[in-house]
Ligand binder design. Structure first.
Ligand SMILES: [Zn+2]
Length: 464
C-alpha cells in the first residue's frame, strides 16, 4: 500500500483524548490509515511520497453535520433576503418544486466542493425535496457527485409528507414511497465498515410537519439496519408557538414523548430549548447540529450552546442549507460559531479549542464514527493542512488553534486528504476542473430559477 509522509508540520492539532498539540512533527499514512504520529518517524527514502509541511498547521478533517446541498442553486435571491424563516421557506419551496437531477448534481458539486475546500472531509447532507413530476432517485445523483469529488459522504433521505401552508403539492410524497426509497438506499449504498466512504441516514424533515407514520417507519428501519435518524427541531419561535398551541408542549417534549430521541438521533438547530428540554437531550444522548450562520441569516436566534455543553450534550457543527447560509464554508462556520457565543455569552462561550472539537470529534460522534475526527494511529487519514505562512497571517503565528478559528478563512487551506487521497491541492479541487464545472453549474442554476420565476416575486429581476 502507498505510504505518504507528511513531514515537519509547524504544529499538529491532534484532537486526541489528551488534546495534544505537537511541534515540528510528522504524520505517516499507509493506504487509508494513519500509522504514525510524531518526530522522525521513518527515513523518507522508504515512502512513496513526501509532503513538506513546513509553515503548515495539520489538523483532522472537519465533519459537517447538517446541509442541503441542492440549495447552492437557490441562494442570493432577493425574496429570501431580510426575511424570517417562514417567508424564506415559502419562496424557496416554490423553486424546489422545479428541481431536476441535473440541478441536484450541480448543487452537490458546489456544496460538497465548497466543504472540501474549507477543510471538511466528511459531510452529511439532508435532501428532502423530491418533486413528484420527476424520477425521485435524487440521493443516488448526489452520491455520484460526492464520489467524483472524493469526499466522505453521509446523505440522509428526507421527505415532505404533509401538505401545508408552506409546502406546495408538487413536493408532497406518499409515506410508503418514502419508506421504500429509504430501504432501497440503505440496501444499495450503506457501508458500515471501517473507513467507509458512504453511509445512509434517514431524515423526516420536521417532527410536526411530516406524517407520524414516516417517523415510525424510519425508526423501524433505523433499528433493523443500524442507521441514524436526523431532522430539524426547535429552529424558530413560530415552531414553538405552533407546538404549544397544537400539542400543549415544546417541540422537544413532543419528540421525547413520541420516542424520537436517542443516541442514534441528531437534530439540527435546537435553539429554542427550555432547561427541561436540554435535560431530555442529555438523558437520551441525542446530538445537536449547531448551525450558527443560518441561524443568524434567517433570524432564528442563538442556540444555548454553553448550557447544552454543560449538560453533556454532544454538539457538531453544520453549515446548513446553502440558501440560508449562502455558502458551504466550514471555516466561516467555526469563526461565526466562536464569535456569536462570545457576543452572547462572554466568557461562558465555547473556547476556540471547543469549537474545533465540535467541528471534528463532535461531528464524528454524531455520525457514529470512531474512525475519523482525530489525528492518531489507527484513524482514517482525513487531514487538512493550513498554510499560516501567508502574508495576512504574519505577526499572528502564535497559538495555532486561535489562528484557525479567529484569524483565518478558507484561503488558508493548502491541502486536504480524505482516506489518504489528496482531494484539495493548493486550495483547488483535485478531481474536477473548477472553471468548467462552475460555468456548467451557473447555467443549470439559471435554468432552474427561470422555471420558477413566475412564482417568486423579484426572481425574474435577479436572473436577468
Ligand atoms: Zn436545514
Amino acid at each position: 500500500m502507498k505510504k505518504i509522509l507528511i513531514k515537519n508540520a509547524d504544529w499538529i492539532i491532534t484532537m486526541d483524548e489528551e488534546k495534544s498539540r505537537l511541534r515540528n512533527s510528522d504524520v505517516l499514512i499507509e493506504g487509508r490509515e494513519i500509522i504514525g504520529v510524531g518526530e522522525n518517524l521513518i527515513d523518507q527514502s522508504l515512502v512513496d511520497e513526501v509532503i513538506d509541511a513546513r509553515g503548515r498547521i495539520l489538523m483532522p478533517g472537519m465533519v459537517n453535520t447538517h446541509h442541503h446541498c441542492f440549495q447552492s442553486l437557490t441562494r442570493n435571491i432577493t425574496a429570501c433576503n431580510e426575511v424570517d424563516l417562514m417567508p424564506w421557506l415559502t419562496a424557496q419551496y416554490k423553486i424546489f418544486e422545479e428541481l431536476t437531477p441535473e440541478a441536484v448534481d450541480a448543487g452537490a458539486l458546489i456544496g460538497l466542493g465548497g466543504l472540501l475546500k474549507s477543510g471538511c472531509t466528511t459531510a452529511a447532507d439532508h435532501h428532502y425535496a423530491f418533486p413528484n413530476k420527476i424520477k425521485r432517485e435524487l440521493i443516488d445523483v448526489e452520491i455520484e457527485s460526492a464520489q467524483k469529488l472524493g469526499i466522505r459522504f453521509y446523505p440522509t433521505r428526507g421527505s415532505l409528507t404533509l401538505e401545508g401552508a408552506h409546502i406546495p403539492k408538487g413536493l408532497v410524497e406518499e409515506v410508503d414511497d418514502v419508506l421504500n426509497d429509504c430501504e432501497r438506499l440503505i440496501n444499495t449504498y450503506h457501508d458500515d465498515s471501517k473507513f467507509s466512504m458512504l453511509q445512509i441516514g434517514l431524515s423526516p424533515t420536521w417532527p410536526q410537519f411530516d406524517m407520524p407514520s414516516v417517523w415510525e417507519g424510519s425508526l423501524e428501519l433505523a433499528k433493523k439496519y443500524g442507521v441514524r435518524i436526523h431532522s430539524h427541531l426547535a429552529e424558530g419561535v413560530d415552531e414553538v408557538k405552533y407546538s404549544r398551541e397544537k400539542y400543549n408542549c415544546t417541540p422537544t417534549e413532543y419528540v421525547y414523548d413520541k420516542g424520537w430521541m436517542g443516541s442514534n438521533v441528531w437534530y439540527a438547530h435546537s435553539i429554542h430549548l427550555t432547561d427541561t428540554d436540554i435535560e431530555k437531550f442529555a438523558e437520551t444522548g441525542t446530538g445537536v447540529a449547531h448551525c450558527p450562520v443560518c441561524n443568524m441569516k434567517v433570524n432564528s436566534g442563538v442556540a444555548r450552546v454553553p448550557d447544552l455543553l454543560a449538560a453533556g450534550v454532544n454538539i457538531g457543527l453544520g453549515v446548513d442549507g446553502a440558501a440560508s447560509s449562502n455558502s458551504s464554508n466550514m471555516m466561516t462556520d467555526i469563526r461565526v460559531a466562536y464569535l456569536v457565543h462570545q457576543l452572547t455569552y462572554g466568557s461562558r462561550g465555547p473556547t476556540a479549542e471547543k469549537i474545533l472539537e465540535m467541528a471534528t470529534i463532535g461531528g464524528a460522534k454524531i455520525l457514529g464514527r470512531e474512525d475519523i475526527g482525530r489525528i492518531k494511529v489507527g484513524m482514517a487519514a482525513d487531514l487538512v493542512l493550513f498554510d499560516w505562512s501567508r502574508y495576512e497571517l504574519s505577526g499572528g503565528c502564535n497559538d495555532p488553534v486561535s489562528a484557525i478559528v479567529m484569524s483565518s478563512d478558507s484561503q488558508m487551506i493548502d491541502k486536504v486528504l480524505v482516506n489518504g487521497e489528496l482531494v484539495v491541492d493548493g486550495g483547488r479541487l483535485v478531481n474536477i476542473d473548477e472553471e468548467s464545472t462552475g460555468r456548467h453549474v451557473n447555467a443549470v442554476a439559471k435554468k432552474l430559477l427561470a422555471s420558477a420565476a413566475h412564482k417568486v416575486v423579484g426572481l425574474e429581476q435577479d436572473i436577468r
